[in-house]
Design a protein around this ligand. Sequence first.
Ligand code: PAF
Length: 291
Amino acid sequence: MIISGKIEETREQIKKWKREGFSVGLVPTMGYLHEGHQSLMEAARRENDKVAVSVFVNPIQFGPNEDFASYPRDFEKDAALCERTGVDLIFHPEAEEMYDEDFCTYVDMDGLTKELCGKSRPTHFRGVQTVVSKLFHIIPADRAYFGEKDAQQLAVVRKMARDLSMDIQIVGCPIIREADGLAKSSRNTYLNAEERQAALVLSRSLTEGKRLIEQGERDAQKVKRTIQAVITQESLAKVDYVEIVDFADITPLRNLEDARQGEVLCAIAVLIGKTRLIDNFIVKVDKAKKE
Ligand code: PAF
C-alpha cells in the first residue's frame, strides 16, 4: 500500500494506473476510520481495480467554534484498517500541502447547502465542496464513495459533480449502525457512557417516523412532530433540526408525495450534551394514484 502526503506524487501514481488501464475508486475521509468508512472502501474494492483513500481533517469545513482541533485522529490505526481492507493508496496531506498561505478559491452552491446542517453550519458545505473538488483533481477517480449518514453532503456532492460536469460517478452507500442502532460516527467517541445511552434517541425517533410513513402518513408536519416528541423525552438531548426534504434538491416538503424523484430524506441533528450528532433515513414514496 502506498502512503503519500504529496499532491504531485499522488497525482502521478493515479495517472500511471489510469494509463495502465486500471479503474480507480476514491473514498474521501477525515480519518479515525470505523466500519462505516470500511463499508465504503469495500464497495470501492468491489467496483474498481485500484482503491485510493484520502485521510485529511479539512480545516475549512469547520466553523470557528467547532471541533477542528479536537477532532479525533489516529493515522496508524487508519493505515492498518486500510491495509486490511485492500486499499492501494492513502493520500494523507498536511493542511499546508492542500492550502497555500494565500489560498482564496472556493466552490460554493446556492440552495441545497442552505437547509438542514447549512443553517447552523453556514460555511461547512463550501469547505466540503472545495476540498472534495481538490481531491477529485488530485485523484481523478472513476467513482467516489460517500456515506448516506451525511445525506445532505452526498446530495451536495452529487449536484456539484453534475453542475460542474465532473467526470466521476458519485456512489452513495447505506448507513452502518452499532448493534443497538446508533449510526457509526467518529464523533461518537466524544460521548460519555450516559450520553452514549441517550444518543440512542436519534435512531429510536427515526424508527417511529419511518413507521408512520410506512403506515401511510404523508403529512410531513405530522411525521416531524412524532420524531420531535420522541427526542424531547430524552433529557440530555436538544433538537437542532428535524426536517423532511426532497432528497434530490433538499427542499422542505409538506406532502411526502411531492418529492420530484420520489425519494424523501428525513434528517435530524441533535445535541447530546455538547456533541452534535446527525442521523436520517431515505424513503421511496410513490405518488398516490388519482381515480
Ligand atoms: O465526510 C467527510 O468525512 C468529509 O466531509 C469529507 C467528504 C471527507 C470532506 O472533508
